[in-house]
Design a protein around this ligand. Sequence first.
Ligand code: HEM
Length: 391
Amino acid sequence: MTVDVDLADSRLYASEEPERIWQDLRRAGGPVRADEGYWVLTRYAHVESVFRRTAAFSSEKGMQLGADRTSAAMAAEAAAGKMLIVSDGAAHSEIRKAIGAAFTPKMIRRLTESTLAIARDLVESAATGEPVDFVAEVSAPLPATVICDLLGVPAADRAWISRVTQTAFGDPDETEQVVAHAELFDYCDRLVRMKRDEPDDDVATALATATLGGQPMSQEVAVLNCHGLISGGNETTRHAGSFAALSTLTWPEQWELLRAGEVAVDHAAEEILRLSSPANHVMRMAVLDHEIGGETIRAGELVTLWLGSANRDEEVFEEPDSLRFARRPNRHLTFGLGVHFCLGAFLARLEVRSLISALAGFSVELVGEPDRLVSNVLRGYSRVPVILTRR
Ligand code: HEM
């Protein structure tokens, strides 16, 4: 069976269409092939099996389709084996160990204390009684502030970083995206050099001074992974945050349970992360012939894993389209699985929990139609016009 819609077409994600298409594809059963040639996996069990079979599927040909397949493949080729997310095997585990070491317990303690205060501050400042864009005022600045703090980005550069990553991952114009990525790389290059001259207690300093296989980490590897952290940290979590605000309107009874203390904030956060699934898909290339769901995926073929679909698989989640804060177990695949499991998951969870706690004290009124992000890489909103009022 083939898919007759172009799942790589970013415009598709400006609507609620994908959820319906994914449901049809899950019902159809096994993996299906897109006209463009790549495999489409929408069922939880199939997605999970690719994540678990690390040796059979490579990330080095790129881990997402991107706005343009050719430029995404070229970018991945340039970074393969050097940037964590597009590396396999020993190179991947060495880089992961080096970056992981930068997340010291002291740093995590500092972030745990500061993130709730940042979330409260942002929500309170946005509650002016006037219409505000929740994305611009709350859900984008929260992760931007936290990741910039983690990396040691000077305060004066933070608003620029937030804007440029938004363009790099969400601008409908592909040329704008390419320019924004180049600007971000250039910034990371300057940041890492600055940290080498003036070391501080932050992750950019840790990258600038890290060792890899017994040698100092090269400037190129440090810059690529600095870019990976800024973009990973900035772009994904904001969509879970915007979804949380909208969910107060779609599922008010769930928020009442939370306010009454009948469900834990941690569980509510997991359910927000499941249903928002900000990372829309990830991609692998098969390096061995492999059978999944009755189809043989041949070495050299591309496989796309649709996380929002796997997280709505009715074989795993009861009433999958409903938000249920008490859902247990909640083994969503929002952060992936296996060796590439999201390195920033602890941070994203902390941010979503903090935002939920801060939002619980406010009412959200929608004052216009939210704009969905036009992107096949990320699923979320570019604008959510609301009035926030203290309860
Ligand atoms: C809700 C927020 C987030 C979501 C949905 C998300 C999603 C993901 C997913 C699905 C992967 C696996 C990719 C693959 O298997 O190819 C991943 C990896 C990664 N994420 Fe996140 N992420 C989030 C937040 C963050 C944050 C806050 C950071 C930065 C601190 C971050 C940094 C990374 C990095 C560096 C990797 C690569 C890990 C590796 O390849 O070993 N992410 N993320």
